[in-house]
Design a binder for this molecule. Structure first.
Ligand SMILES: [Cu+2]
Length: 140
């Protein structure tokens, strides 16, 4: 009798695990390719890769836009970009960013492997430092 309940419990837990994992992957995929919006200290920052799918070992542009509360473009003093895979230990890759127009910046990044990447922009505006992370997937 007890053995039977143990089986039910095991099957139940297995089903819940599968549902949870599926939900996790569906959720991750939904957010892939969408821009990341970050609001803090009176600023609004958008990060987005300029094309999809992103291919490994290929240069891609990360587009950064910075606005203030009124929607006016903001010039950052300094932006540094780092790229890493959250689930791996294959390293952190640093890139620079350049201004393309008022409040708009571009960084050319090269993800080396297929999988999920976090690109972090550290943006210095005056004495403030904003750290914004955008997640994207590289196709195999
Ligand atoms: Cu990796």
């Amino acid at each position: 009798m007890l053995m039977k309940y143990a089986w039910y419990l095991l099957i139940g837990v297995s089903i819940l695990t599968v549902i949870a994992l599926t939900a996790h992957f569906v959720k991750s995929d939904e957010n892939m390719g969408q821009p990341t919006t970050f609001r803090s200290s009176g600023y609004e920052v958008h990060l987005q890769m300029n094309e999809a799918p992103v291919k490994p070992m290929t240069n891609h542009d990360l587009i950064i836009s910075i606005q203030d509360d009124l929607g006016l473009p903001v010039d950052a003093a300094e932006i540094s970009i780092s790229l890493r895979m959250p689930d791996m230990f294959c390293g952190t890759f640093n890139f620079t960013a350049e201004q393309t127009s008022p409040g708009m910046y571009k960084s050319t990044v090269k993800p080396v492997m297929p999988g999920i990447w976090d690109v972090e922009a550290s943006i210095r505006i005056g004495s403030k430092l904003l750290d914004v992370t955008h997640t994207f997937r590289t196709a195999p």
